[in-house]
Design a protein around this ligand. Structure first.
Ligand SMILES: [Zn+2]
Length: 166
């Protein structure tokens, strides 16, 4: 399976278990696209503004519109494991709530905070259970926030982070 076929297949499986993304569009991009960066993923979401407050943060529901995933770089396929983990990262954004941290009297977006990494770990556990992808980098610590941040920072670099089980 090429990168696009693999991603479409994973996205279909995710739609079954996460109905919030059932109408979300998956779009493949290359480096000419404005959303392309070294992490090769982007989620277009719309905030629902039904904020719920906690002590030092607040969160609201989202409507996920579109996920953009880079599958090629300089006309070469990006390593499939890197593409798949980017897709799972974006699925985590598109199936989570949106968080903001209190900063004095205002709130600032918290795209990659503790709440995100907890949910991202859940998505990676789901992928492992469904025999889609197993994150191996980090071993027993693979689902911790520190390890997942390290994995995310690799971006499209060709590093052994896990195995495709499909
Ligand atoms: Zn992200």
């Amino acid at each position: 399976m090429d990168n696009k076929t693999t991603c479409n297949h994973i996205f279909d499986l995710a739609k079954k278990d996460y109905p919030i993304i059932k109408n979300t569009v998956l779009t493949f991009i290359d480096e000419s696209h404005k959303f392309y960066d070294k992490y090769c993923g982007y989620s277009h979401i719309i905030l629902q503004n039904n904020w719920k407050n906690s002590n030092d943060y607040r969160f609201c529901d989202i409507e996920p519109i579109e996920i953009f995933i880079g599958v090629q770089f300089e006309n070469k396929d990006i390593k499939k494991e890197s593409v798949v983990i980017s897709l799972l990262h974006e699925i985590a954004h598109s199936t989570n709530q949106h968080y903001q941290i209190k900063n004095k009297k205002t709130f600032i977006d918290d795209y990659h905070g503790t709440n995100f990494y907890k949910h991202y770990a859940d998505i990676l556990r789901w992928a492992e259970e469904k025999k889609i992808f197993k994150l191996t980098y980090g071993g027993k610590q693979r689902f911790t926030q520190n390890n997942l941040q390290r994995v995310d920072a690799f971006g499209i670099k060709s590093i052994d982070i896990g195995e495709i089980l499909l």
